[in-house]
Design a protein around this ligand. Structure first.
Ligand code: ADP
Length: 442
């Protein structure tokens, strides 16, 4: 296409040529008249094109660019190309910005961007939830005017990436947050918030656990220590008294051993999600042994009943299941007064789930304790648990064994009436023997 200056020059030359020709032919006045008319026409065309361009520039949208004429076509096409190029650049920048925003939104931690005056420029949804902000509405407001925590204002003043501020938001007191303020570009700050509630809870649990273990070990140790001191102060003591002391020391050391054994078992169980070795567990054999152990523990004080469906077997770890079943059976004996009954039962239900239950006619448990029974060291009656040789870890062990076998524990109990602890295994753990499988097929 022709450049504007060239096209204009041609038109001037053409008007000049026509005007001179007419002047020579019809006289100078006619020549000047043609020249004036030609220039006026040229002027009008350009003024019109300029006016269209000016009108369009007031709202320069590519799709509304006027249709060009003549030499102006090149000008308009140039503008069009420049605009398309800018629009494409904008699109690319917008897309990248959107990507960054999405990435910041996807972060599990809160991010809020503040300007040098601590005014909120942007924040992701997590930061909004942590700080009780509304994204969009609170942009441009000073953060310390929205979150009125004096410690936060002081923290932002002395922003340093090494420092952290821990704080419980007023709108969610159960949550513990940790903040970091990271300075960047011209006094702006990135306020990063982390939810450390779980870490704090785990820390408290760990501390409680250590305190509990220390306390549990300290009690028998104090008893043993007392006897030993007494014996060293009185090296000569009647044989009967010495025998009694030694028997009590053996009892206390047994208690410590049992506690350490349970702790080791728990830590082994917590070390993985499933048993290291899965095998076919013959429930009938396992429960025969368990019933004998339970009778030995009861020493004739209770009636022990055992009911096992024929051909019952499941896949799992024999040792772990023996420990879980044993804990339930020994609890039933320990919390059932003399003359009571303990019933052990195994069956496979219609949905092929293996069900093991231990029912007793013992002291029972009040409803409010039931949800907490499987917590480590949780006891309804500490004195009774200790008296009967309990470590407070039995049901925690049961819980972990069941987790590793994808089984669940159901507890029903009535104070003064007795309790039923029932383990429900998933159907895929049941090994169905021939008669049951055939009956199913038929
Ligand atoms: P412990 O060694 O104290 O028995 P467990 O973890 O085995 O610890 O049980 C936790 C608590 O649950 C016990 O202290 C006891 O209060 C209660 N409990 C467990 N089984 C029974 C039961 N069969 N009857 C009554 N209370 C029970």
């Amino acid at each position: 296409m022709m450049p504007v200056w060239f096209s204009l020059s041609l038109k001037f030359l053409f008007i000049g040529f026509v005007a001179v020709s007419v002047g020579l032919w019809l006289g100078a006045t006619a020549g000047w008249a043609v020249a004036c008319l030609g220039l006026a026409l040229l002027h009008a065309v350009h003024v019109y094109q300029l006016a269209r361009l000016q009108r369009w520039l007031q709202s320069p949208k590519v799709e509304y660019l006027p249709d060009p004429w003549g030499a102006w076509g090149e000008v308009f096409a140039g503008i069009y190309r420049a605009l398309r190029y800018e629009a494409r650049k904008h699109d690319a920048v917008d897309k990248e910005l959107e990507l960054f925003t999405q990435a910041a939104q996807a972060l599990p931690d809160g991010i809020a961007m503040l300007d040098s005056g601590d005014q909120l420029l942007w924040c992701n949804d997590t930061a909004a939830a942590h700080l009780g902000l509304q994204t969009g509405r609170d942009y441009g407001l000073r953060l310390t005017n929205i979150v009125r925590v004096p410690r936060l204002a002081a923290f932002l003043q002395s922003a340093s990436p090494e420092e952290t501020l821990d704080y419980r938001p007023a709108h969610n007191a159960g949550q513990l947050l940790s903040f970091k303020a990271i300075p960047f570009s011209d006094g702006r700050k990135l306020l990063v918030s982390f939810d450390i509630t779980k870490i704090e809870r785990a820390d408290t649990t760990r501390r409680d656990f250590i305190a509990n273990v220390s306390h549990e070990l300290r009690t028998p140790l104090t008893v043993i220590h007392g006897f030993l001191e007494h014996m060293s102060d009185a090296p000569v003591m009647p044989a009967e008294q010495a025998r009694r002391h030694i028997a009590l020391m053996v009892q206390q050391s047994d208690r410590m051993l049992k506690l350490v054994d349970d702790l080791l078992m728990l830590s082994r169980l917590e070390g993985g999600d499933s048993p290291q070795r899965e095998e076919r567990v013959d429930i009938a054999v396992l429960l025969q042994g368990l019933a004998e152990d339970t009778r030995a523990l009861s020493a004739g004080r209770h009636t022990i009943e055992l009911t096992v469906d024929d051909g019952a077997a499941i896949t799992g770890s024999t040792d772990e299941l023996r420990s879980a079943f044993g804990n339930l059976a020994s609890n039933a004996v320990r919390y059932t007064p003399q003359g009571g009954t303990v019933a052990l039962q195994w069956r496979i239900d219609e949905q092929h789930r293996g069900l093991f239950s231990v029912r007793d006619t013992g002291i029972g448990i009040a409803a409010e304790h039931i949800p907490r029974l499987t917590e480590r060291f949780y006891r309804v009656d500490r004195g009774r648990s200790r008296e009967t040789g309990g470590t407070g870890l039995g049901l925690a062990i049961v819980k972990h064994v069941l987790l590793r076998h994808q089984a669940t524990l159901e507890i029903q109990s009535e104070p003064g009436e007795g309790s039923e602890f029932r383990i429900v295994f998933p159907p895929w753990r049941s090994v169905l023997e021939a008669p049951l499988a055939q009956a199913d097929a038929a």
